[in-house]
Design a protein around this ligand. Sequence first.
Ligand code: UDX
Length: 441
Amino acid sequence: MNIAIVGTGYVGLVTGTCFAEMGTNVTCVDIDTKKIDKLNNGIMPIYEPGLEELVKKNIREGRLHFTTDLTSVLDKVEIVFSAVGTPPDEDGSADLHYVLDVARTFGQKINRYTLLVTKSTVPVGTAQKVKAAIREELEKRGVNIPFDVASNPEFLKEGAAIKDFMNPDRVVVGVDTQQARTLMERLYKPFLLNGFPILFMDVSSAEMTKYAANAMLATRISFMNDIANLCERIGANVDMVRKGMGTDDRIGSRFLYAGCGYGGSCFPKDVKALCHTGRKNGYPMRVIEAVEAVNENQKEIVADKLKEALGADLNGKVIALWGLAFKPETDDMREAPALVIIDKLLEAGATVRAFDPIAMDEARRKIGNKIMYCNNIYEAAEGADAIALATEWKQFRLPDWNTVRKTMRGNLIVDGRNIYDQNELADKGFRYTRIGKKLAE
Ligand code: UDX
């Protein structure tokens, strides 16, 4: 089977590589020439565990190709996946510009039945727009070539993308015709031995499923952050509350961790887009709107706690920031809480000394020289009045606190991911506060 994947971002590159690994002949297409050159030479545009080896292996074995020219591959493939970006517009709606561009090229160039599958997260109703764009192009050519549009949303998590793609909880496929369904069944057949179900449904439901799933996960996080903030005020322990709740089978224990807010390329964007779809359809999504508002507030809490302890004016104060990526095992800083923390600290006059195991280059690109970049957590802590933890990297879990204490000027720790032990830190002479817990007197 021959397929093309348009867009070599997170989703496109992982999708293409994993299909190739399972025996399909895949051509990945991107308009970014530099990116394609690098990929052809085995250089990855993103960090993702296991990806580089798998890309190189499949290039070597002849199943994975990279090109900038979609037109040249359209003749050879049965399925085209569209995995291009859908960045949020100013009003929060998803910008479908790239998705529709792919549809137009598809309409201009196909010469026989081809299936276009949308993998990008797109608002309900996008498949209709994609179909209309393709039809328009076919009419311009004066031809009547059959085609289908399907929806196959992706649920993979950054940092575990390959594993998630190879062993998903389920695959959701939205199709309108038997022909499209048969093609998708053939494509996913080699994966079926892994035992997960493929859920076929109509296209709109598939589009909606992705938003509903991400919004539900974001809701759990904002819900717990709200509970944590109340726990702080009434003296309850949110970790015990989480365990007490999570052991109820109906609730489950995952995605209940209070912290300094969710970030990344998906939750913030998809939550905003769903709010927008609700408003546009005369049904504002009250729960989801609140999820978003709570998260915006939560991203400020680490900086607020620092100011509460050190004073609103942070001129002359030095803050060590441990972690910049929106979560561990990625260099992605899109919508990262660290960005809000940095802005608020700089605004209050503080000097920020940051370290992240992988996201340093990304941070330099995004933030520039407004902050200081350090080589490790100890260097970041040198001369600092406080340490703020924004990302729960494994290697941050067990620092040598005696060394940290000696290098610091002050002794305050603000734990934005609730990973440290208050008693241990008190024994070592630190003042400690976390999400859901006041600074110990
Ligand atoms: C998410 C979804 O999990 C995935 O299904 C979808 O396809 C894309 O969006 P991802 O953005 O890679 O994946 O990150 P995820 O691991 O889900 O974490 C998202 C954010 O939530 C992170 O900032 C994380 O720190 C935060 N989070 C997660 C919490 O604050 N508490 C939790 O309990 C879980």
